[in-house]
Design a protein around this ligand. Sequence first.
Ligand code: MN
Length: 278
Amino acid sequence: APGSPALMSAPSPDRLDQLRAPVHWQAVDFISDLHLQPGEPQTFEVWRAMLQRPVSERPDALFILGDLFEVWVGDDVLASTASTDQAFWRACAEALRVFSVHTPVYFMAGNRDFLLGAQGLHACGMHGLSDPTTFDFLGQHWLLSHGDALCLADTDYMRFRAQVRQPSWQRDFLAQPLSERTAIARDLREQSEARKRNTANDPSLWADVDAAAARAALQATGAHTLIHGHTHRPAVHALGDGLQRVVLSDWDAAAHPPRAEVLRLDAQGLRRVPLPLS
Ligand code: MN
């Protein structure tokens, strides 16, 4: 049986847990929860158009704070040509790789894409970040997280998370054939969707970031603002003593109204910038 869930996953050696912005950086963008998947081409196209902007219209760096991909069953999806889905994952990696030639991309894993490993990061031209990471920028400390590790009230999920973030679990899972992993991932997603349907009408049952845990994480790192995704409930929450958490929007370019925005941070502060829809 899994032990008590770790509040945050341990930093892995190939991922930074502290990042100091180079002095010339003036603006950075944060995104999360795009849930890119072969069946949702509109969101992919809006995102790819963002990556294809001329360098003069880009931020100095792009931060992806988890759940870029709806599912990631192993970096070997990029090498395989066994299905049309794999062409989709390769198109995602290629769009990132081309963008990263001129603009650095930092990737923190979410609960959907935590199996993106060193090879996947390399193929996408991305630098890995641990969860959480402190980010020094504009003379201040910012704390970056996906957010799922702070949703303490969802004890079932916290148990599941503690299990699947263990290196031994990941080794065993990745040792299975790609087709088997894809089937397991589909089952897990269907269970998760069913749970969401059962609680959809009762907001008190939706897990949200625990305010005390968010405050503790900020105080431990000397940061004043936590930037996170995962909950799909974009907002700014005051946590007292000048601390706050800022929640990223998820993306769905096919929704009514569509959702596709970045959180821009520059000398003027934080603001949400909607993206042009293709
Ligand atoms: Mn998530």
